[in-house]
Design a protein around this ligand. Structure first.
Ligand SMILES: Cc1cc2nc3c(=O)[nH]c(=O)nc-3n(C[C@H](O)[C@H](O)[C@H](O)COP(=O)(O)OP(=O)(O)OC[C@H]3O[C@@H](n4cnc5c(N)ncnc54)[C@H](O)[C@@H]3O)c2cc1C
Length: 459
């Protein structure tokens, strides 16, 4: 028999209980008497990964900005993570090996950059614990079949669950991830689908969990991006369980190595000898996992003409970004801030207010990723004409950051989305980068001339 969950005075439903859904539920709880979050996957009561989140089997970085935003939403989260053994990394050269566009950056100036390195399962568990303890929020292990739509009112009035039960709602938030079916439902209800911008990044992850003997690795975070001449990169993160997550990845459909021995060979090529030696001394724990991520997607909800009331897209359901940049959680947390501000102005037109705010948040990050993907990582798809010149200027900047800690600091902060979402250096910093590159060029030239003179003398 079909059951209808009672509609309390003001009730919201969230579809999807991953990071975006949990952040949305947290914000909604300040505005609705009751929030019901439906997650189709079984939710573990331990800090472990779950099957619907394949990203938990791979390197999954929490950006410094993401940590700050999550702390705003869930005060005490960072303290509790650290108390549970989650590594906390301050910006020190010996702790972070960061290689961007083929340049190893000289970081380590400023303590503003603080990274927390929870495993994906641990992060979600910490957040879920807090959300489920909030009065007015219920988390239920149920799958949503589709929203309930009232065509006369052009309004979503609740959700229909897989077993036919109906939950009425004043507002439904779709946080069901990049596979969201909202575009299809919109079409079925007589609205236009959102335009979908995409970048074919062709990313493949192959990951091992590895136990490395104590004392062999001072670093806690190792990131090596792919370059235009080498479509492979690596990430290594040390987590609270004392195990390293080691991911080799390929871009533009390049295949990363699969076996642990082959990953060690790639490490010999990409990493300083002491890091690759430590990896070689390690022992893989469990099976290797592979994940393919073909396309970054941005559904442009802010651009469509008409939208039903009562439903909002949220998180990866709007924009799913190339995972090698590690921004998805931070974007979900930033969207939660946007949702809070949009709801503070009331329910009328809340979808539009949120859509515009989210578009403003997503745009700079989408453009920054697109420029790097198209110019450095061999991505396919439409691209604005200015990607190449902007990125070429940017590579000059990163080259200078290799030997200039001020520039490296700025770069690390901005790629962590701290301070601003725009990766645009000031004219003063560009001037500094140019001067640095000229100095390096002159020094290189002198040392080459010196070598030639020495050879002449010997001859
Ligand atoms: C390989 C990979 C690596 C990544 N690495 C990083 C990283 O390093 N750093 C970072 O910040 N981000 C990373 N991301 C992205 C990040 O994980 C997501 O941005 C983040 O989880 C927020 O996504 P979400 O909550 O919107 O969607 P998802 O995490 O995809 O969750 C959607 C949830 O909705 C549930 N669901 C779907 N349909 C229904 C339904 N009908 N009924 C009920 N429940 C439903 C699913 O079971 C799932 O739990 C990575 C992603 C991938 C794929």
């Amino acid at each position: 028999m079909r059951r209808t969950h009672e509609l309390s005075s003001k009730q919201a439903v969230v579809v999807g209980g991953s990071i975006a859904g949990l952040c949305a539920a947290r914000v909604l709880a300040d505005h609705f008497d009751r929030v019901i979050l439906y997650e189709r996957d079984e939710l573990p009561d331990q800090p472990v990964n779950r099957s619907a989140i394949p990203q938990g089997q791979h390197v999954h970085l929490l950006m410094a900005r993401g940590a700050q935003e999550l702390e705003e939403l869930f005060p005490g989260l960072l303290h509790d993570m650290a108390a549970s053994g989650v590594p906390v990394i301050r910006n020190r050269r010996e702790l972070i090996h960061f290689d961007a566009a083929g340049h190893v950056l000289e970081t380590g100036l400023d303590d503003k950059y603080v990274a927390y390195v929870p495993s994906r399962g641990h992060l979600e568990w910490q957040i879920r614990k807090r959300v489920s303890a909030m009065p007015g929020i219920e988390i239920a292990h149920r799958a949503v079949a589709h929203p309930q739509y009232d065509p006369a009112a052009e309004r979503v009035t609740g959700v229909v669950l897989d077993d036919g039960d109906v939950t009425p709602a004043d507002l439904v938030v779709d946080a069901s991830g990049r596979g969201s079916r909202l575009p299809t439902w919109l079409q079925q209800w007589g609205f236009e689908r959102p335009r979908e911008d995409s970048v074919q990044v062709g990313v493949t992850y192959a990951s091992h969990r590895v136990k490395i003997p104590d004392g062999m690795m001072p670093q806690k975070m190792v990131i090596v991006g792919a370059t235009r001449n080498r479509p492979l990169g690596m990430g290594m993160l040390f987590h609270e369980d004392g195990i390293w997550m080691v991911t080799a990845f390929g871009v533009a459909k390049a295949e990363p190595p699969r076996g642990f021995a082959e990953v060690c060979t790639l490490a010999d090529e990409l990493l300083p000898p002491e890091i690759s030696a430590a990896l070689r001394a390690g022992t893989p724990v469990g099976e290797m996992n592979v994940h393919r991520y073909p396309t970054s997607k941005w559904r442009r909800y802010e651009r469509i003409n008409k939208f039903p009331t009562g439903i909002l897209p949220f998180g990866d359901a709007i924009a799913s970004l190339n995972p090698t940049f590690g921004q998805g959680v931070t974007m979900a947390a930033l969207q939660a801030g946007n949702l809070r501000r949009a709801l503070a102005q009331g329910m009328d037109n809340v979808m539009w207010r949120l859509a515009f705010r989210n578009a403003k948040t997503i745009w700079p990050v989408w453009m920054m990723n697109g420029a790097a993907d198209h110019t450095e990582h061999g991505a396919q798809g439409d691209r604005p004409w200015w990607y190449r010149p902007a990125y070429e200027l940017f590579t000059q900047f990163v080259a200078a950051a290799e030997t200039d800690p001020v520039l490296a600091e700025w770069f690390l902060s901005r790629t962590s989305l701290l301070d601003s979402l725009y990766l645009v250096p000031t004219p003063r910093l560009i001037g500094r980068a140019m001067r640095n590159n000229v100095k390096q060029w002159v020094a290189g030239r002198k040392s080459r001339d010196g070598e030639v003179n020495t050879l002449d003398t010997v001859a």
